[in-house]
Design a protein around this ligand. Structure first.
Ligand code: ZN
Length: 302
């Protein structure tokens, strides 16, 4: 009798969950719009470093990130892996090189490998077929080289429009970064048109502001740039500046060191929380952290 009741209750619960999932997906959960959630571990801040082009200087940059326990998202052009970068001479005084296909996994181990098109074209000038090849082939090749899903993208030259976004939305890409600085710490409203906080040359004052934040609302700092700039850039654009930024940002218990794809997945899990009779139900595969009347709470997956 008891077993039968439990079985029946389970069936009712399951039906309720299915119903709420279907209806709850339509709009942001209250917890998202009210910003009552926290990042994994109950952290209030998230940091994303998004660096482009896959130059060999990334090796030195990754070493720097590893020294301070900071994570990077690296937007790589699969068609340029292992090639010389003649164009770099104009910026750093000598030709550069790209990371090779063979070393890709090792160089970026522990960090996110993301797409930046195959050949770094001006995407607005491409026809639909060329556009698909530049994006879809890049994702496929990088996924096979990285042996991991590719979820993130950065627009070459920062150029994009609705047509480019539509092609991205048709792939496994969940987020795409522009080069338009917001100078703010808001979460992305539209991850496929994700405007970063700031380029690293202008980052230091914002890094200090971010570290000083003392709020319950989740805050995101997203810094972008190119590690090749550090070789011979202007005075505000050198390895010493890179180290100053990374050193300041490393080792904070209230910061989640995230990849761009990881952060978007977490926000999706938060959005999909369903409220069942006043209780939050998590249908995603990751634990979601919220703050309510009883303080900090974890809502585990089913
Ligand atoms: Zn680029």
């Amino acid at each position: 009798m008891i077993a039968e009741t439990i079985t029946r209750l389970k069936a009712i619960t399951l039906l309720t969950l299915i119903f709420v999932t279907a209806s709850g997906m339509a709009e942001d959960s209250e917890i998202f719009s009210d910003r009552q959630f926290l990042f994994p571990g109950g952290r209030t801040k998230a940091l994303i470093l998004s660096y482009d082009d896959g130059p060999s200087q990334d090796m030195r940059f990754v070493e720097l990130l590893n020294r301070y326990g900071v994570k990077g998202t690296f937007n790589v052009n699969s068609g340029r892996l292992g090639l010389d970068a003649e164009w770099m001479a104009e910026f750093i005084g000598e030709p550069g090189q790209y990371v090779t296909a063979e070393e890709l996994r090792v160089v970026y181990e522990g960090h996110e490998i993301a797409s930046h098109t195959v050949n770094h074209p001006h995407v607005l000038e491409l026809n639909s077929q060329q556009l698909r090849e530049e994006i879809v082939h890049d994702v496929e090749l990088l996924e096979s080289l990285a042996a991991a899903p590719v979820e993130s993208f950065a627009y070459p030259f920062g150029e994009f429009d609705d047509r480019i976004v539509a092609v991205l939305a048709d792939t496994s890409i969940t987020n795409a970064r522009t080069v338009e600085d917001t100078n703010g710490f808001a979460l992305p409203d539209d991850p496929l048109r994700w405007h970063p906080t700031v380029h690293h040359t202008r980052a230091l004052p914002l890094v200090d502001e971010f570290l000083a934040l003392d709020s319950d609302a989740p805050a995101l700092l997203m810094i972008w740039g190119h590690s090749w700039e550090f070789d011979k850039g202007a005075a505000d654009n050198r390895w010493a500046v890179a180290e100053a930024i990374v050193e300041k940002l490393g080792g904070h218990e209230d910061i989640w060191y995230a990849g761009a794809g990881e952060l978007v997945r977490y926000l999706q899990a938060v959005r999909n929380l369903a409220n069942v009779d006043g209780l939050w139900v998590n249908h995603s595969s990751s634990t979601v952290w919220v703050r309510d009347g009883n303080g900090l709470r974890q809502i585990p997956p089913p």
